[in-house]
Design a binder for this molecule. Structure first.
Ligand code: DOR
Length: 424
């Protein structure tokens, strides 16, 4: 089966392309990319006026299944992802049971095959039950298809365990995804330890909770030669530390979320539980440093940390409300509107940080529309406007602090292996 996508503007930084290109797809694989391809009997998709991007790849997605289906299921997350232009997402292991053995990994893979839309890449736990004491069945999980390990939701507190995990993962070239949060420093914290915390009278989460654990992780990555990937960076100091570690040759990569790029601690004022997230939203200076880190390469990727919760949970009082923001459906339009359109970062950089680079971190052959790659792509309408309405999300999690924001750059069609998985 052949399909020609014609007349669109292709933005694919993996090939250094930004301009009008046609794509020929055969049996779900890109076979030709050229300035103009004449149709010769195949199906044609007219993409004039649209921007074609490699399908977005999310390094950090909480699918909640098994165990927390009231928050999200693999199927609802896949639908939300396709709507947001994502063609590959990850499955974080903080489920019930925890994804810490081969069986649970296989179960999640089965659920994602049944969902039949976007690709799901499971991420196994570092420690059994995420308890931080004993290593999980990393080797068995690797055989079942995990692409990374993490105890996300918390950091790996025990330095010895982290070191062993880094050494063990080296033989599989698996990256260890770290949620940097030093437990004792973070204990009881609700929001960034700053002005908003003082005004609201809430216990703070200090920047040092992130940087203290990060310092240890960087030292252990250097000592072991293991690959560490730092999740959801939130502080200026952490960006600086990663920049320096990279210069020293440490095998470290890092991600930042749309909410840490666009919001500050002020978003929680009024006890707004939709802005309650870990790590917390921090100062304007931190936000600027994160943007700078994207530009100079200290930060490799943008990841959603899609963390769906129920309305009832978020409607409770601030202290008992869970941490997390549902982000799959708003990530691209928000970043396009507020970072690209405003001239803060170029479109090519945004696309690269949301496609080929995260794919490379996971070691998956996606995130590019070069000939030979699967035709995972998204068509964007850069003119259509929308007011974000969290009640209309396909995700079960409606917990977004971006409700009411005006955006453009909307995904209108998402394709996985040449098959349309969502269309507006
Ligand atoms: O806000 C957060 N929510 N941060 C995390 O690291 C975990 C996540 C969750 O699982 O809800």
């Amino acid at each position: 089966m052949e399909l020609l996508i014609r007349g669109g503007t292709l933005v694919d930084p993996s090939q250094g392309l930004h301009g009008q290109y046609d794509l020929l797809i055969r049996d779900g694989v890109v076979v030709k990319v050229a300035e103009s391809l004449a149709p010769s009997g195949e199906k044609v998709l007219e993409a004039a006026g649209k921007t074609i991007l490699p399908g977005l790849v999310d390094l950090h997605t909480h699918l909640r299944e098994p165990g927390f289906e009231e928050k999200e299921t693999v199927e609802s997350a896949c639908r939300a992802a396709a709507t947001g232009g994502f063609t590959s997402i990850t499955a974080m292991p903080n489920t019930d049971p925890v994804m810490d053995d081969g069986r649970t990994v296989e179960y999640v893979r089965l659920l994602s095959c049944r969902a039949g839309g976007v690709r799901v890449w499971p991420v196994g736990a570092v420690s059994k039950g995420l308890a931080g004491r004993e290593l999980a069945e990393i080797g068995l999980m690797y055989r079942s298809g995990i692409r990374a390990v993490t105890d996300d939701g918390r950091g790996v507190s025990c330095a010895r365990l982290l070191k062993n995990a880094l050494l063990y993962c080296r033989q599989f070239e698996l990256p260890l995804f770290e949620h940097c949060e030093e437990e004792a420093l973070a204990a009881g914290g609700q929001v960034h330890d700053g002005v908003a915390a003082l005004r609201l009278g809430l216990p703070g989460l200090p920047a040092s909770a992130e940087t203290v654990m990060l310092a240890r992780d960087l030292l252990l990555a250097a000592e072991t030669g293991g690959r560490v990937h730092i999740m959801h960076l939130s502080t200026a100091r952490a960006v600086e530390m990663i920049r320096q570690a990279k210069a020293e040759g440490v095998r470290v990569t890092a991600e930042v979320t749309p909410h840490h790029l666009l919001l500050t601690e002020d978003a929680v004022l009024g006890f707004n539980t939709y802005a309650k997230v870990k790590p917390p939203l921090r100062t304007a200076a931190d936000m600027q440093a994160l943007r700078q880190g994207l530009l100079d390469g200290a930060i490799d990727a943008i990841a959603t940390d899609h963390a769906p919760h129920t309305e009832a949970e978020k409607a409770g009082d601030f202290l008992s409300s869970p941490f997390g923001i549902a982000g799959l459906e708003t990530a691209f339009p928000l970043l396009y509107t507020y970072l690209v359109r405003t001239g803060v970062i170029p479109l090519d950089l945004l696309v690269g940080k949301m496609s080929r680079t995260p794919a490379a971190i996971l070691g998956i052959p996606h995130g590019s529309l070069a000939p030979g790659f699967a035709a995972d792509l998204v068509l964007i309408d850069t003119e259509q406007e929308l007011t974000i309405d969290r009640r209309r999300f396909l995700s079960r999690g409606k917990n977004s602090p971006f409700h009411g924001w005006q955006v453009t750059g909307l995904p209108v069609l998402t394709m996985v292996s040449g098959k349309v998985v969502w269309m507006s």
